[in-house]
Design a protein around this ligand. Structure first.
Ligand SMILES: *Cc1c(COP(=O)(O)O)cnc(C)c1O
Length: 335
């Protein structure tokens, strides 16, 4: 099947009562940096703490008749969205995650009543476990990004962006498996073909970036990052998001851990918002001067707020942060 705008429009109706139509607010500070209106789409205000509720709600509303439970692999936020949506529907949910997932995310999922399985060191390990569970325990597997219903759900953000700001010229989308970027690009370019949709990933383990360059889905090493929600591969048997991101994205830009650190501080001190490292990569790319020649307002997606508050406090108080083999030197904001 080929995804079309009709799938996104139908998702919008399906999830209307399950998700927040999030606000699009200006960032005065970032507008100064960009030289254009710079807008923030606040998906951190979704009840599960991240945009992934859109795709999860759409998938769960379309489960086969008689399904009594769901399973998934996740870097945290998809699992939390599935746990939230499953509880609302009285379904069993089993969330499979790797050891790299921060404890705050694990706790959040358990608090929603879902079962949690921690397996291995990568998303691939977690995926194998969720496939096994789907088979052995008769659960329906809901993929975190490579799924038409999930992509269509995330695409509803693209509809809202262009309703709220019809003259938008570019959208900076945090990019990992590509469900968010593929859905937004599909919807936005259907409405406004000349709009630029730019994916932003961290420069370590950027699976979609590497795959587009290689011309096929490649495997990457999973590493600890301030943008933990952007970790993991795109699946070597990728069916949807690889081709969609390759064909629809105008560019994919990479940012460093130091730039993400600075962007988390920026969003906190300038806009007084608390958001995950994965949420601020658009801000990081803009501040680093990697977004060229804007011709009108630009928006980025503040994708989620599910952080470890101790780690966040270290960042905003300018402490040094160690992520596996990488150390980000401490720096007070503006110093
Ligand atoms: C999942 C996630 C992303 C990336 O979305 P993909 O569809 O995997 O590209 C970005 N930010 C946050 C907070 C996420 O949870």
């Amino acid at each position: 099947m080929k995804l079309q705008i009709a799938h996104v429009l139908s998702a919008r109706q399906t999830i209307e009562k399950s998700v927040i139509r999030t606000p699009l607010i200006p960032s005065p500070y970032m507008s100064g940096v960009a030289g254009q209106d710079f807008l923030l789409k606040l998906e951190n205000t979704q009840p599960s703490g991240a945009f992934k509720l859109r795709g999860a709600a759409n998938a769960l509303a379309n489960l086969p008749a008689g399904a009594f439970g769901v399973t998934c692999c996740s870097t945290g936020n998809h699992g939390r969205a599935i746990a939230y949506a499953a509880r609302a529907r009285g379904l069993r949910a089993v969330i499979c995650m790797s050891e790299l997932v921060p404890q705050a995310k694990v706790d959040g999922i358990k608090a929603l009543g879902a079962e949690v399985r921690i397996v291995g060191r990568s998303q691939d390990d977690a995926l194998l476990e969720s496939r096994r569970l789907a088979r052995d325990e008769n659960l329906v597997e809901v993929p975190p990004f490579d799924d038409p219903l999930v992509i269509a759900g995330q695409g509803t953000i693209g509809l809202e962006l262009l309703e709220d700001c019809p003259d938008l010229s570019a959208i900076l989308v945090p990019l990992s498996g590509g469900g968010l970027a593929a859905g937004i690009a599909l919807a936005a370019k259907e409405i406004k073909p000349w709009i630029k949709v730019i994916g932003v990933s961290m420069n370590r383990g950027a699976a979609m970036h590497g795959s587009i360059r290689a011309g096929r889905p490649i495997e990457v090493e999973e590493v600890a990052s301030l943008a933990d929600s952007l970790g993991g591969g795109i699946g070597v048997d990728n069916s949807f998001t690889f081709a969609m991101c390759r064909d629809l994205l105008d560019d994919v830009i990479l940012v460093s851990e130091g730039e993400i650190y600075d962007a988390m501080q920026t969003l906190y001190f300038e806009d007084r918002l608390v958001a995950e490292g994965a949420s601020v990569v658009g801000i990081a790319a803009m501040k680093a001067g990697r977004i060229a020649s804007l011709r009108g307002p630009v928006a980025t997606i503040i994708t989620g707020r599910n952080l470890d508050m101790a780690a966040f406090t270290d960042v905003v108080t300018g402490k040094r942060v160690t992520l596996g083999s990488v150390t980000v030197e401490g720096r007070a904001y503006g110093a």
